[in-house]
Design a protein around this ligand. Structure first.
Ligand SMILES: Nc1ncnc2c1ncn2[C@@H]1O[C@H](COP(=O)(O)OP(=O)(O)OP(=O)(O)O)[C@@H](O)[C@H]1O
Length: 229
């Protein structure tokens, strides 16, 4: 009686141990597959002041481990308070030109004598970590990226009216009067070209909560199975 009971205990010990080992193998495999899942980057575009940064901030604060903002390279000098690798990668003209020659940019442009660009390898490194890399770029930049990577997700943040855009730019208080006027003039062109380009999903940024809700509804469809808050 005692012997049989011992054998039965021994059997169940072995079975439990095998079952635990198999669980560990399958769970680690699932975790491995999850970390290797590559998620297409999200390109947020729209006029200056439309709310790209605000909506990215909401995505990041509610999903800190899922979204990461791509940091651009620039040849302009850092402003007080700007840190290398945080606000921009500050590189010189020679280094920037080398990256252009090697076709390493998803997009780049020259503004007032300074280069700005998004390095592909930086975007790919986020993808390798299973993250959604967010590119916060203007309409011209997004058009260039789309030529190279048409399968990425393109969202155009729009505003209810130019009047409201003007109010928001003034409220932000980071631009001079001249810069506000330039941004408003550019906004008309950007909204116009968004209509012609046709690859965007458009989000109207009326109230922040409604815009965030519309954005996440779209993202949940684009990234099925990925929990997005
Ligand atoms: N739905 C909203 N209602 C009211 N104010 C808003 C809304 N969304 C954004 N804002 C405000 O509008 C201003 C511009 O927004 P934000 O800085 O996010 O724009 P942006 O598109 O990132 O601009 P830029 O391209 O110039 O960086 C900010 O002061 C922000 O707080």
């Amino acid at each position: 009686m005692t012997d049989t009971s011992n054998i039965s205990d021994f059997k169940s010990l072995i079975m439990n141990s095998v079952s635990r080992s198999l669980n560990t193998i399958f769970l680690s495999k699932a975790a491995f597959c999850q970390t290797k899942q590559k998620l297409n980057p999200l390109v947020l575009s729209g006029a200056s002041g439309a709310g790209k940064g605000t909506l990215y901030g909401m995505l990041k604060s509610r999903n800190p481990n899922l979204f990461d903002l791509s940091v651009s390279c620039t040849t302009r000098k850092p402003r007080p308070g700007e840190a290398h690798g945080v606000h921009y990668y500050f590189i010189n003209h020679e280094e920037f030109q080398k990256e252009i020659d090697q076709d390493n940019f998803a997009e780049h442009c020259l503004v007032h004598g300074n280069f700005y660009g998004t390095l592909q390898k930086q975007v790919f490194s986020f993808m390798d970590k299973g993250k959604i890399c967010v590119l916060d770029i203007d309409v011209q930049g997004a058009e260039k990226v789309h030529k190279k990577f048409p399968s990425w997700n393109y969202v155009f943040i729009n505003v209810p009216s130019l009047k409201i855009l003007e109010q928001r730019l003034r409220g932000r208080g980071t631009e001079t009067e001249q810069q506000i006027q330039t941004r408003l003039t550019n906004a008309v062109k950007e909204i116009d070209s968004k209509n012609k380009l046709g690859f965007y999903h458009e989000i109207l940024n009326d109230t922040q909560d409604q815009a965030y809700n519309d954005l996440t509804t779209y993202l949940k469809k684009q990234y099925p199975g990925v929990p997005i808050n």
